[in-house]
Design a binder for this molecule. Sequence first.
Ligand code: ADP
Length: 342
Amino acid sequence: MTRVELQSVGKRYPARGRTGTEAIAVDDVTLEVAPGEIHAVIGFSGAGKSTLLRLVNGLERATSGRVLIDGEDITAYSESQLRAVRSRIGMIFQQFNLFHSKTVARNVEYPLIVAGIPRSEREARVHELLNFVGLADHTNFHIEQLSGGQKQRVGIARALATNPGLLLADEATSALDPDTSREVLELLSRVNRELGITILLITHEMDVVREIAHRVTVMDGGRSVEQGDVFEVFSNPQAPTTQSFVSSALPSKPNPEHLRALREKHRGKLVSLTFRDGSVDQPIVFQTLADRGVGVNIVYGGISDVGGRTFGKLTLELIGDELQVEHAIAALGQQTELEVLA
Ligand code: ADP
């Protein structure tokens, strides 16, 4: 289990050509990945995610701040010192980066050869790794005979070969269809849970974060704009970038255009309720409405799972006598987060 710390890390690329301007890829980012944690860095294209990942394994050098791996400051390490650090870090990629001319077993064996592990130990280790990722019966297949999901499983087995304490994942499921993506994410969860490996992953997909990450950093323009526990961040997003990811992937309240369309169809009062893990239950809400003789239509939204916890927003049309509806809204407002949609 590895701890990663970035302390006010910056990465600037010098201007290219006479009219070029300096590129600030990572701007004063402070971030800690605790041992055994799955930490996701999410952001749109160009936010600085890949640069950040490459700073962690020393493929890029910080131009300011410090990078620490298990408390060891690697910021000013020489190339040979960095190679030793990298041998404790596994990495997987969006395009898998496998040797197409080699079999599954030879791909997984490769890092063991580089690490100088004797042949007698290599076969058993390859077998063990392929078992773990569910590819024991594909040992002698060539890479082009595999599906995308199977290729990423080989990538994961190869990344784990030398027993790293940290796995870096660079858009590891972005090239896969949703079902396959889910299977690979489940495997990464097992890597974390069963082998105790810390995972730092970068992604532009909300679902990846929602499904497996414990903590998240949201990046925009090279900066970390929001950080924290996945459920806390996504159930109550503060930064506009976070809000934009949330609205694309989680139940939300209707935007002005949707609201106009809803008003055409529904004459009752429209309210938006937020349901959070541990807050008020739906049966209580509906009982409160029924007790006051108020009818209800669910017209928008849904309930979802974020970091293993329930989160949802439902827009309801409340139907009934105006005064009863007002009383029901007042009662619900005491119990839960409610917004009357103007
Ligand atoms: P992301 O992974 O979030 O898409 P990147 O880390 O690839 O973002 O890039 C962040 C910013 O840094 C971008 O504006 C990109 O153009 C710039 N950048 C990345 N690498 C280089 C480089 N080698 N030289 C100059 N600019 C770079």
